[in-house]
Design a protein around this ligand. Structure first.
Ligand code: NAD
Length: 252
């Protein structure tokens, strides 16, 4: 199975570091042109430069996924400078680890705005461009194991990621008639800047390793490989699904 995305253009949100960076790199390795989005322009630029250094095609774009006008400008850039939008990966996200009774309203709103509203606004903008392009497309939403199971204290995060799983199903049903598939990936514990500090605490690390059937933490590449598959023709008959890439965490 050789995946070749030559001629396709992908947008990956929150791709300046971590899982998004890995996904952007893997899509570029499969020969897609990639918009490396992040709210942090410097991070987006570093990510894009890394891809170009490997011979790939990438463009950094600063945009906040909570803001419709900034997403709109990113869509215009993708269409004007790279020739369209065929693949869109909603990866940008934040986490909040705090007892539910202590979460402030602003903290709840901020997390839901980035993780859930941001995913919706981006998917909507992507679908509009894909419908206009007339050739269908692929939307991939990054959820989490915590969209399906709890690991307290993360009420807002779990709610946002569970929401993404439900949203993925609805959008898949609505946009199937346009040849757009909408799928999700639910990563398990993956080593990134987001999780570095948490995993570096030895008791936490030991607990996780003992609890993960495959006995290791995930790498951004583990998630990226699934994203490339879902972006490719090999997943043509899959839509509305969220695939757990978690070393077996959710089977216990
Ligand atoms: P990370 O914090 O390392 O990277 C997230 C990136 O998103 C950062 O570069 C950040 O600047 C960007 N970002 C944040 N808010 C943004 C906004 N409003 N607009 C645009 N970009 C924004 O995180 P990560 O660990 O790579 O996680 C990526 C995704 O995977 C998140 O949605 C996260 O919830 C999910 N996830 C991660 C893990 C894990 O163990 N790392 C597990 C399950 C799910």
């Amino acid at each position: 199975m050789q995946i070749n995305l030559t001629g396709k253009v992908a947008v990956v949100t929150g791709a300046g570091r971590g899982i998004g960076k890995g996904i952007a790199r893997a899509l570029a390795d499969a020969h897609a042109g990639v918009i490396v989005n992040d709210v942090d322009l410097k991070a987006a630029e570093v990510g894009a430069r890394g891809i170009e250094a490997q011979g790939g095609k990438a463009l950094p774009v600063k945009a906040d996924v909570r803001k419709g006008d900034e997403i709109g400008r990113m869509v215009e850039t993708a269409v004007k400078d790279l020739g369209g939008i065929h693949i869109w990966v909603n990866n940008a996200g934040i986490v909040l680890r705090k007892p539910a009774e202590e979460i402030a309203e602003e903290e709840w709103d901020k997390l839901i705005d980035i993780n859930l509203k941001g995913t919706f606004l981006c998917a909507q903008a992507a679908a509009k461009a894909m419908i206009k392009g007339g050739k269908g497309g692929r939307i991939i939403n990054i959820s989490s194991i915590m969209g399906g199971v709890a690991l307290p204290p993360r009420a807002a995060y779990c709610a946002s990621k569970g929401g993404i799983i439900a949203l993925t199903k609805d959008l898949a049903a609505e946009w199937a008639k346009h040849g757009i598939t909408v799928n999700g990936i639910a990563p398990g514990w993956t080593l990134t800047e987001m999780t570095q500090y948490y995993f570096s605490q030895e008791p936490v690390r030991q607990f996780l390793l003992e609890r993960i059937p495959l006995n290791r933490l995930g790498k951004p590449e583990d998630i990226a490989h699934m994203a490339v598959f879902l972006a490719s023709e090999y997943s043509d008959y899959i839509t509305g699904q969220t695939i757990y890439v978690d070393g077996g965490w959710t089977i216990l």
